[in-house]
Design a protein around this ligand. Sequence first.
Ligand SMILES: CC(C)(COP(=O)(O)OP(=O)(O)OC[C@H]1O[C@@H](n2cnc3c(N)ncnc32)[C@H](O)[C@@H]1OP(=O)(O)O)[C@@H](O)C(=O)NCCC(=O)NCCS
Length: 179
Amino acid sequence: MSGRRLLHGGKVFLRRLEESDLERCERWINMPEIYTIMGVFGPRTRTEQEVWYRNISTSRTNLVYAVCLAKDGRHIGNLSLFDVNYMHRNAGVTVFIADEEHRSGGLGLEAVSLACEYAFDYLNMHKLHAKTDNPVAGKLYLKLGFVQEGVLRQQSYYSGKYVDKILFGLLRDEFVPAN
Ligand SMILES: CC(C)(COP(=O)(O)OP(=O)(O)OC[C@H]1O[C@@H](n2cnc3c(N)ncnc32)[C@H](O)[C@@H]1OP(=O)(O)O)[C@@H](O)C(=O)NCCC(=O)NCCS
């Protein structure tokens, strides 16, 4: 497994998602809290989940990583670099830490920081973008140097109402890695 590790921080490391992670991912994506905030159609069937995995496991434009605890390798969430565009050298980033018990301890921040490092230093991206209606995620992006570029008005529909999403962008030389 260590050969497929991507980048290490003090608290988490990222590795490519494996088939053996699929059951756990299916459980997470079927939690209303996760599929709602991630804005995906849920709950998902096993077949949808398998098709999703087949697609991402060979994709060069939608890269999904397992966020794992550095101390014991436990898989605690997923992170994606999506819509990776090798001509314009930009990509989207999105992340979730599945269980509340692992949130608010700096793990999400470090995971996104590692992904930015990989995207800029290895994939040679010039710009990353993210959009969210979660203020915690917004704070995380600002800490890494992302700049608010706009508001997507009434972009998503949750629990009977439309909500705005904030659009963030990060140029390579604006990146402030988490320490
Ligand atoms: C968004 C998410 C990935 C952040 O990861 P996390 O590990 O919980 O957040 P971190 O501990 O790294 O905190 C990042 C910043 O947000 C702030 N923050 C964290 N938890 C917070 C909370 N409960 N309330 C307010 N601010 C909070 C912290 O101030 C931190 O900045 P700091 O280092 O100055 O203290 C995680 O909460 C999550 O998975 N949420 C649900 C899915 C989601 O919204 N994903 C974003 C989609 S783009």
